[in-house]
Ligand binder design. Structure first.
Ligand code: AMP
Ligand code: ZN
Length: 136
């Protein structure tokens, strides 16, 4: 995609702080990180989000996320690691080239928690959701 900033990074047209690369995936440091070591893992080929990523590629990305998380943990010893992927603008996705965030969380890292915003549904509603959503 010509106007995609992450495609430009993959091609080497824009500088990035790359920490990992293989034939399918690249990982570089986020330019406006939440914390030291905040890394983005993305496919070299342009896909928009989890819905159009081929399953095999998503599985491979997950393997790399695990590998880099372990590496960040060994190097920087954070108190936790937050992993998230925003899919769609309404879900906070600014760059429409699929990517997974790996965010080390240290004692002084400010994180917005969604816990206070969570809802609770009645047993009837939960049963209805299970009926609608059950895959087995
Ligand atoms: P998202 O909101 O999930 O689409 O996240 C996009 C992320 O890309 C943000 O955290 C940005 O700071 C990061 N970002 C934007 N431009 C660059 C860039 N040129 N190099 C590295 N990270 C970038
Ligand atoms: Zn792209």
């Amino acid at each position: 995609m010509d106007d995609c900033i992450f495609c430009k990074i993959v091609k080497g047209d824009i500088l990035s702080y790359k920490i990992y690369e293989d034939d399918k995936v690249i990982a570089f440091l986020d330019i406006n990180p939440l914390s030291k070591g905040h890394t983005l893992v993305l496919p070299k080929q342009h896909y928009v989000n989890i819905l159009d990523l081929p399953e095999e590629l998503y599985l491979h990305m997950s393997k790399i996320v695990k590998k880099i998380s372990q590496h960040l943990n060994d190097k920087y010893k954070p108190e936790g690691i937050l992993i998230n992927q925003n899919n769609g603008k309404r879900a906070g996705q600014e760059i429409l080239h699929a990517h997974i965030h790996i965010k080390p969380i240290y004692s002084d890292t400010q994180i917005l928690s969604e816990i206070d915003l969570r809802k609770s549904f009645s047993k009837e509603e939960m049963d209805k959701f299970v009926k609608e959503l059950s895959l087995s």
